[in-house]
Structure formats: structure tokens, C-alpha cells
Write a new protein. Structure first.
Lengths: 238, 219
């Protein structure tokens, strides 16, 4: 098949603007979802290590549910189904009055999905510290809350940074699924350009290279954080 | 909230089952293809001459820095251009998943091979085996035994990912659900049903993997 190359389409108005806007939405979806995933994921991860069997069970149920349903299905549930299941006024608000419902559905969906994976990393991080620190904290007279605040969490935080890097990369990549509920992020915009100009290879190349650059940026940022917080005398490279 | 009508799922049963069969076909074929290509990539990265190993590393890191969605669109666009005629969604989705998963499987397999002690490889070479024979008869059988649980866990993730073929309109389980949901205007019933089916399958599978893992750890 004959393919007509035309790379200049990428810097032509309005297509360059579409790409930039796609990048903006990718960052806004991934960034907001990342904040939600961190807060929720750390909470659920800590729940799974607490002495109370009930709280542990809640944490486990959360992780199993959100890990075993595909992200695409979860996004559809948040976007299409949640407003139907809520009482009439709340559902109506979600569908009609909330600005950018597809954006918020994507953020909440992606955030809750990633939180389950973060929770697993946090749990593993806390468990890897070993029982000795926990018992030492109790022996010092710290309450459970204090032992988490002053002993377990600061140590665990350093253990989980490397897996957090790959979750941060995943959330950027997974934000592409937002296009299925109508958020025109980077992948969605490159498809728009393909549909409008038939220059599919150029459009997809532009989006692909942008993702590669985003990956490199995320890796660089996370490595800087790792280096800043490393405890001297441990195996972490400083 | 309007009245729920679950019988629609029963009536759409055969259509949904056909979709599920497509999902499974995609899973099984991409799993086999991905593991075979992944093994080759891992061996190249560990034992082939430097330039080849760099190319293999570039392939793995490149694919891992791009969303799967992007890869699906790429192959959907490129496969017909290469072959010269349109081939339908299934072959291009299958190639996309195989190539994409090969990158992820290869990392698991590479770690598995690296976990085998160097002495095994050296002993095999000392008995006069070529390095391919050493991989085939000595290193890979041991490595695969150890990494079976991780490979299976990755395959459960692959099964969830097959739902993404929705974006190129291939009639897998997810797309079939969505077709019925929109035709009958029964989104709540069908998408909840889809979530339930995926949950039961993936939760069951990961439980089974955990059992295999525990049995191997005990042995």
C-alpha cells in the first residue's frame, strides 16, 4: 500500500495545538490520579498491616476487588454506572452539574485502580522492616499510631520508592485509557489527528515519542527523590 | 434509578460467550507467542554479542515506556500497510499483544535465568554442550520451574489487558458487553456483569497461582 509521508502536519495549525492539549490532559489526569492513589494506597496499605483483623480484611477486600477487574471496566463503572446507582439528586449532579464529568471519572477510576497496587507495595515495604522495629517501638511505650508515624512509615517510605517509580510510569501510561470515556488526552488527540489528516504514522510517532520523554522525566524525578532521602549507611546508593 | 432487567444477559448469552472465547483465544495465543519471543529476547540480552544485546534491551525498554493502547493502535495501523491489504482486527491485536507482552515476559525470564547459579551454565559448557544446548537442557528447565508463578501472574494481567481491544472494535468479551449494553440501553446490568465475570476469573486465577506458588515453596 502506498503511504504518503507528511511530517509537517505535526507542526501545522491546529494539529500542533491538539498534541499540546493532549499532553496537558495526560498530565492532568495522571497527576491528579497519582495524588489520589498515593493517599488512598498508603491508607489501604497501612490497614493491611494493622493488628485489627477487621481493618486488615477491609484492606484486603479493597486490593482484591480493584486489582481483579480490568481498568477499562472500572472506568466504565465510574463514568456510566455510578450516576445511575446513586440517589436521583446526586446522580443528576454527577451527570449534569459537575464540570468535566469524564475527567473526574478518569481521575477517580485511575486513582482507585492504582491505589490497590500502591497498597501492596506499602504493605510489602512495612513488612520488610521486620518485627524487631515494631516491638522496639511498643517497648518504648509508643502507641500504635506513634510507632507508625515515627518508626515504621519513615523506614517503609524508603523501601517503597523504587516500586513507586514503576507505578508512576504505569499511571502515565494507563491514563491513555481515559480516551475511552471521552477525555482527549495524548493518545486520543493523536487518533483525532489521524482521523482528520490520514497521517496516522506521523501522529502516532509524535504521541509515542512524547510518552517516551514523559517516562524519562518521571524516572529522573523519582531518582532525585530517592537520592535525597537515602539513609547513609544502608545499601541505598547516595 | 430505573428498573433493572437482568434477563437481558441470559438472552445475550451466546453472543457474550463468543466474545469470551475471543478473549481467551487472544490470551492463550499471545501468552505462548509472548513467552517464546520473551525467552529469545532474554537469552539474547544475556548471552549474545553486545550490539545484539543492546538492540534487545532497546526493544524491551522502548515498549515498556509506551502505553499498551498506543501499541494496539500502532499495529492496527501498520499491519495492513505491511501486508498490503486489510486483515481485520484480530491478527493485528494478536501481533500487538504478543510483541508487547514479550517485552514484559522477557524481563521476568531474564530475572529467572539470572537466578540460576553460574556453575550450572559452566558445568553444561564443560560437558561439551553448545551454549544453546546448555540453555535448552540445563538452564531454561530450571529457570522456568521457578518463574512459573510470576509468568502466570503476568498472564492474569494480560487477560485483563485484552479488554483494551475494545478501542479497535474487536469483538472480545468487553466489546460484546458494550455492544449489547448500548443496543439494549442496559448499561448498569451489562457493565456490572462484565465486572463480575472478570473479577471471578481473575480472582480465581490469582488464587490458583498462589496455591502453585505455596506448593513450590514447600517442595
Amino acid at each position: 500500500m502506498q503511504y504518503r509521508w507528511n511530517w509537517s502536519v505535526l507542526i501545522t495549525d491546529p494539529y500542533l495545538g491538539w498534541l499540546v492539549s493532549g499532553l496537558k490532559w495526560t498530565l492532568m489526569v495522571a497527576g491528579a490520579a497519582w495524588l489520589l492513589a498515593l493517599v488512598l494506597g498508603c491508607t489501604v496499605g497501612v490497614l493491611r498491616t494493622l493488628p485489627s483483623a477487621w481493618l486488615r480484611a477491609i484492606g484486603t477486600a479493597y486490593v482484591e476487588i480493584f486489582r481483579n477487574v480490568p481498568l477499562l471496566v472500572q472506568l466504565f463503572l465510574w463514568y456510566f454506572i455510578l450516576p445511575e446507582l446513586l440517589p436521583y439528586s446526586a446522580g443528576h449532579w454527577l451527570k449534569r452539574d459537575l464540570p468535566l464529568p469524564e475527567y473526574w471519572s478518569a481521575v477517580v477510576g485511575l486513582g482507585c485502580f492504582t491505589a490497590a497496587r500502591i497498597a501492596e507495595q506499602v504493605r510489602a515495604g512495612i513488612e520488610s522492616i521486620g518485627h524487631g522495629q515494631r516491638m522496639a517501638a511498643v517497648a518504648l511505650g509508643l502507641t500504635t499510631a506513634q510507632s507508625y508515624r515515627y518508626v515504621l512509615l519513615p523506614l517503609a517510605a524508603r523501601h517503597v520508592l523504587p516500586p513507586f517509580t514503576s507505578e508512576a510510569l504505569n499511571i502515565v501510561k494507563n491514563s491513555s485509557l481515559a480516551l475511552t470515556i471521552g477525555v482527549l488526552e495524548l493518545t486520543g488527540q493523536s487518533r483525532q489527528i489521524e482521523a482528520a489528516t490520514f497521517q496516522g504514522i506521523e501522529a502516532l510517532t509524535a504521541a509515542t515519542l512524547t510518552y517516551v520523554c514523559l517516562t524519562l522525566v518521571v524516572i529522573a524525578v523519582m531518582q532525585t527523590i530517592e537520592r535525597r532521602v537515602a539513609i547513609s549507611g544502608t545499601m541505598g546508593r547516595t | 434509578m430505573s428498573h433493572l432487567e437482568w434477563s437481558i444477559i441470559w438472552r445475550a448469552g451466546p453472543f457474550l460467550l463468543q466474545g469470551l472465547a475471543t478473549s481467551f483465544a487472544l490470551l492463550i495465543l499471545a501468552m505462548f507467542g509472548g513467552i517464546i519471543i520473551g525467552t529469545i529476547i532474554a537469552m539474547v540480552r544475556l548471552s549474545a554479542p553486545r550490539p545484539l544485546a543492546w538492540i534487545a534491551a532497546g526493544y524491551v525498554n522502548g515498549l515498556r515506556s509506551v502505553p499498551l493502547m498506543m501499541v494496539i493502535f500502532w499495529f492496527y495501523l501498520l499491519v495492513p500497510l505491511f501486508i498490503g491489504r486489510s486483515v481485520g482486527a484480530f491478527p493485528s491485536a494478536l501481533i500487538a499483544f504478543t510483541m508487547f507482552e514479550a517485552a514484559y515476559y522477557s524481563e521476568i525470564i531474564r530475572a529467572g535465568i539470572q537466578g540460576i547459579s553460574k556453575g550450572q551454565m559452566a558445568a553444561a559448557l564443560a560437558t561439551g554442550m553448545s551454549s544453546l544446548q546448555a540453555y535448552h537442557y540445563v538452564v531454561l528447565p530450571q529457570a522456568f520451574r521457578r518463574m512459573t508463578p510470576v509468568l502466570l501472574t503476568q498472564s492474569v494481567a494480560l487477560f485483563q489487558d485484552t479488554s483494551l481491544v475494545y478501542v479497535i472494535g474487536l469483538h472480545d468479551f468487553m466489546t460484546s458487553v458494550s455492544v449489547i449494553a448500548n443496543r439494549e440501553a442496559r448499561l448498569v446490568e451489562l457493565y456490572s456483569f462484565a465486572a463480575g465475570v472478570y473479577f471471578v476469573l481473575c480472582f480465581g486465577a490469582s488464587r490458583a497461582v498462589k496455591k502453585i506458588n505455596d506448593r513450590m515453596a514447600a517442595a
